[in-house]
Write a protein that binds this ligand. Structure first.
Ligand code: NAP
Ligand code: MG
Length: 492
C-alpha cells in the first residue's frame, strides 16, 4: 500500500483524552495538512477547565496508587508492551505525523517511530533497576535515601518531532511512577492521541496519562500555572521557556525543566574527511526541513577549504528538494504551517539585506500543491554577528562563515546566546578534544552529527535550557528524594 492509500484507511482520534476516555470540548481547532493546505479534521481543544479536569484525573490516579504504587516490574511490562504496539502500528503513527506536520512519512517511520519504541522500551527496562541509598551512619541510626515519584507531571512539547519529544518526557515520568498530562503542539495533536491510546491498550490504567490538545497560551499556560502539577517538563522555544519559569514562580514553584532552541555549529577543519563532513553538514540542516532544535544551522569552514566545502554542500542541497511527504523518496517534506513558512521567508529576506550572499534556494516551491514547501537555502560569507547567524530560523537555511584558526572557530561557535550542540570535523585528536572542551554546549559530536543512543543525555546550556532528556539523568527529574533517619534506641 502506498502512503496515499494508507491515509484513506485511518480515522484520527479528535477528542481530549481524560481519565481514560476520549471526550469532546467546547473549543475546537482545524488541523490542516501542510502537504496540501487542506483540512484533515476538526479537533477538540482544551480550555483551562478541561486542563483542570485532566490534572485532577492524574492526581486521583497518582494518589490511589493504581500506577505509582505498582511493582516496578509491572510498570516495566506495560511500557514494554506499549513499545511493541508502537512498532506494530508504525505505519499509522508515521502517517499521522506526516499528515499533521509535513515530514516525510518514510522518515517518520524509520526514524521517529523507532525512537519512540526504543525510548519506551529503554525506560521500561530501567523501571526495576533503580536503586535507593543507605548511607553509612553511626551504629545508633539507620538512614535511608529513597526515590519517590514526584507526582503529577505536565509535559508540553513541540511539533517538529511530535512523538519522540512526547516519549522522551512521558516514558521516564511513567517509569518513575508519576502520572502525566501531555499537551502536544497545536499542529501535532493527532499522533499524540493515537500514541496515548496505544498506551491504554498496553495496560496504562485510566488517568495515568491524559492528553489535552490545545493552544499553548490557553492549555499550556493552564498546565504551567496549575497549583497541583508538581513537575513541568517542556521542549520548545526559548521565549515560551521563559514563560514557564514565570508560571512556576507565580504558582506553586513546581520544578521546571527546559529544552529550548539552538543555533548549532558544524566546524570543519582542513584535515577533516571533507566528503563526510560536507554531506553530514548538509543533512544536519536540511533533514526534517531544518525544523530541528539541533539543526547544524551554522557552518564554520576553515578559509583554506571554503570553496571545496561550499561546492559539495551546495550540490547536495540542490538534490534535496522538498516533495510530498507521502512520497517514498522525499528527502524533505513540507514546513509545518503557513505561518511558519512565512516566518522562514521573512527571515531569509532579512538575511538578503544583511551583507550575506544567497547562493542556493531562497524562494518557496511546489506552490501548485497548496502546501507549504521551502527548499534548501544557503547563505555564504555570513558575518558571525549577522541576524541569520544569531537567530534560530527553524527552517532549511544554512549560514556559512569562514575562520582562520582554532581560536577564532571557537570564538564564533560560542558567540550566540544558545548552547545546544556542535560538531567538530578533524582527524587531529588533540584539536578535537581541545575544541570539545572549549565549546559551551550540551552536546558535542566529533566527526559525526546527531549521533548517540538512549544512554547519553540530550539537552543544552545557556539559553538552550538546562533539562536533560534520555539516559538515567532524565529519570532523576521525576523523583523526589526522601531522607529518612531512623534513630535506634540501642546501637547494634
Ligand atoms: P513553541 O512555540 O515554544 O511551542 C512549544 C510548546 O509550547 C507547544 O506545545 C506550544 O503550544 C506551547 N506554548 C506556546 N505558547 C505557550 C504559552 N504562552 N504558554 C504555554 N505553552 C505555550 O515551540 P515550537 O514552535 O512548537 O517548536 C519549535 C521550538 O522548539 C524551537 O525553538 C526549537 O529549537 C525547540 N525545540 C527544542 C528541542 C530541544 O530538545 N532543545 C527539541 C525540539 C524543539 P502551541 O503549539 O499551541 O503553540
Ligand atoms: Mg508555537
Amino acid at each position: 500500500m502506498t502512503w496515499h492509500e494508507r491515509a484513506n484507511t485511518i480515522t484520527p482520534r479528535t477528542g481530549l483524552l481524560i481519565d481514560g476516555r476520549f471526550r469532546s470540548a467546547t473549543e475546537s481547532f482545524e488541523v490542516i495538512a501542510p502537504r496540501n493546505g487542506k483540512l484533515v479534521t476538526e479537533i477538540a481543544f482544551a480550555n483551562a477547565d478541561d486542563v483542570n479536569e485532566a490534572v485532577s484525573s492524574a492526581r486521583r490516579a497518582f494518589e490511589d496508587g493504581r500506577w505509582s504504587k505498582r511493582a516496578p516490574s509491572e510498570r516495566k511490562a506495560v511500557l514494554m508492551a506499549w513499545a511493541e504496539l508502537c512498532r506494530a502500528h508504525g505505519d499509522e503513527l508515521a502517517l499521522l505525523m506526516a499528515l499533521e506536520m509535513g515530514k516525510p512519512a518514510h522518515e517518520a517511520k524509520s526514524i521517529e517511530v523507532r525512537a519512540v519504541a526504543n525510548t519506551l522500551a529503554w525506560f521500561g527496562e530501567a523501571c526495576d533497576k533503580i536503586l535507593d541509598e543507605i548511607p553509612h551512619t553511626a551504629r545508633d541510626a539507620l538512614a535511608l535515601v529513597t526515590r519517590e515519584p514526584a507526582g503529577v507531571v505536565g509535559a508540553v512539547v513541540p511539533w517538529n518531532f511530535p512523538l519522540t519529544m512526547a516519549a522522551w518526557k512521558v516514558a521516564p515520568a511513567l517509569a518513575a511512577g508519576c502520572s502525566v498530562v501531555l499537551k502536544p503542539a497545536e499542529n501535532s495533536p493527532l499522533s499524540a492521541l493515537r500514541f496515548a491510546e496505544l498506551g491504554l491498550e498496553a495496560g496504562l490504567p485510566e488517568g495515568v496519562l491524559n492528553v489535552v490538545n490545545g493552544h499553548g497560551h490557553i492549555a499550556g499556560k493552564a498546565l504551567g500555572e496549575h497549583p497541583d502539577v508538581d513537575v513541568l517538563t517542556f521542549t520548545g522555544s526559548t521565549q515560551v521557556g521563559r514563560y514557564f519559569l514565570e508560571y512556576a514562580a507565580q504558582s506553586n514553584l513546581k520544578r521546571v525543566y527546559l529544552e529550548l532552541g539552538g543555533k548549532s555549529a558544524n566546524i570543519i577543519f582542513p584535515d577533516a574527511d571533507l566528503d563526510r563532513a560536507a554531506s553530514t553538514a548538509a543533512w544536519s540542516i536540511f533533514f526534517n526541513q531544518g525544523e530541528m532544535c539541533t539543526a547544524g544551522s551554522r557552518l564554520l569552514v576553515h578559509e583554506s577549504i571554503h570553496d571545496e566545502v561550499v561546492a559539495r554542500v551546495s550540490t547536495i542541497a540542490a538534490a534535496m528538494q522538498p516533495q510530498d511527504p507521502f512520497s517514498d523518496d522525499a528527502p524533505m517534506g513540507a514546513m509545518v504551517s503557513k505561518e511558519h513558512l512565512e516566518r522562514v521567508e521573512s527571515m531569509v529576506t532579512t538575511g538578503r539585506g544583511d551583507r550575506a550572499e544567497l547562493i542556493v534556494g531562497g524562494e518557496r516551491v511546489n506552490q501548485e500543491s497548496g502546501g507549504y514547501y521551502f527548499p534548501p537555502t544557503i547563505f555564504d560569507h555570513v558575518a558571525p554577528e549577522a541576524y541569520i547567524a544569531q537567530e534560530e530560523i527553524f527552517g532549511p537555511v544554512l549560514s556559512i562563515t569562514t575562520f582562520s584558526d582554532d581560536a577564532e572557530a571557537l570564538r564564533i561557535a560560542n558567540g550566540t546566546r544558545y548552547g545546544l550542540a556542535s560538531a567538530i570535523w578533524t582527524q587531529n585528536l588533540d584539536r578535537a578534544v581541545a575544541m570539545s572542551r572549549g565549546l559551551r554546549v550540551g552536546m558535542c559530536w566529533v566527526n559525526c552529527y546527531e549521533e548517540g543512543d538512549m544512554t547519553i543525555p540530550f539537552g543544552g546550556v545557556k539559553e538552550s535550557g538546562f533539562g536533560r532528556d534520555k539516559s538515567l539523568h532524565a529519570l532523576e527529574k521525576f523523583f523526589d528524594l526522601k531522607s529518612t533517619w531512623i534513630q535506634l534506641s540501642e546501637p547494634s
